[in-house]
Design a protein around this ligand. Structure first.
Ligand SMILES: [Zn+2]
Ligand SMILES: [Zn+2]
Length: 291
């Protein structure tokens, strides 16, 4: 019964799947002469540089508007910290670190190509139901990876030498996502994001869709705005972690619920705002305890 339903759904979407596959094969052949290394270096640049800076510029413009107009500022989670985001020296440090991490990703992409067991991928674009399956598994894998490694980085010795860097931004902005020590970037971002598609042997089209999706969601999670709707939880959840460095180690809160590391968050004013609906003005969070 279920298999029959899956077959029927895939049958409906098959013409679209085939058309995407033909376009992808054409593009891969003409633009990259079927060379996966050229393709992946190009896509690393496009996703981590172009997407990162375009999305970051949009959020930064919105932050600037919030700085100028109080009617917009009240939708920022930590409005009183906004001035600090526009400190030139701080911003240059952030841009430098993002660039370092971009080049670090070029090295990882190149390295992967010289270890055959690290790059196994399907030859066909996934069917619709396979796509949904890979998407759900990748979300669970990234949530688990992010939660446990991130939590581990809060052990004093790791925190002091690695993770403290990211927490310099107590009121994060979208670009803060790449303001991480390269070791943390590799352990918390790169591995958990790539693990899902690698375990599943995903087609490159899915892998790159997933990388860009994760990047944009991660940036919105760091944006410091209340009303950003994304599939991996609203920014409020991770903003709380930046504000107080305690609990909320995951993205969606799934593993925080299981391990009860979201208890402090649930007792705070952050959590009251977590439940408000679009159109309501959030309650201001202005003290150092978040409550
Ligand atoms: Zn963060
Ligand atoms: Zn942390």
């Amino acid at each position: 019964m279920l298999l029959q339903a899956i077959d029927n759904i895939d049958h409906i979407f098959e013409p679209y799947r085939k058309s995407i596959e033909n376009s992808y094969d054409d593009w891969f052949r003409k633009r990259f002469e079927n060379d996966p290394l050229k393709r992946d270096l190009y896509l690393t640049f496009m996703s981590l540089f172009v997407v990162h800076w375009i999305v970051g510029a949009i959020f930064t413009m919105a932050d600037y508007c919030a700085l100028k107009w109080p009617s917009i500022r009240r939708y920022k989670i930590q409005p009183k910290e906004l001035e600090k985001s526009f400190n030139l020296e701080r911003f240059m440090n952030l841009a430098t670190m993002a660039t370092v991490n971009l080049f670090f990703c070029f090295m990882i992409t190149t390295f992967i190509h010289f270890i055959p067991s690290l790059h196994r991928s399907a030859t066909n674009v996934p069917t619709f139901t396979r796509f949904i399956f890979e998407f759900i598994i990748s979300i669970i894998v990234v949530e688990a990876g992010f939660y446990y490694v991130h939590r581990g980085l809060h052990y004093p010795s790791f925190y002091k030498h690695v993770h403290k860097f990211h927490h310099e931004w107590q009121a994060p902005i979208s670009l803060t996502i790449l303001y991480v020590h390269p070791i943390e970037h590799f352990l918390v971002n790169v591995i958990p994001i790539l693990a899902g598609p690698w375990i599943l042997g995903s087609h490159p089209s899915f892998t790159w869709f997933w990388i860009v999706f994760s990047l944009v969601v991660g940036m919105s999670n760091h944006s410091g705005w209340y009303y950003i709707v994304n599939l991996l939880g609203p920014p409020l959840f991770h903003d709380f972690h930046h504000h107080l460095f305690i609990g909320n180690y995951g993205l969606m809160g799934l593993f925080d619920r299981i391990h009860r590391t979201d208890l402090y968050f649930r007792q705070s004013r952050y959590f009251q705002n977590y439940r408000i609906i679009l159109g309501m003005v959030p309650k201001e969070i202005d003290d150092k305890k978040g409550d």
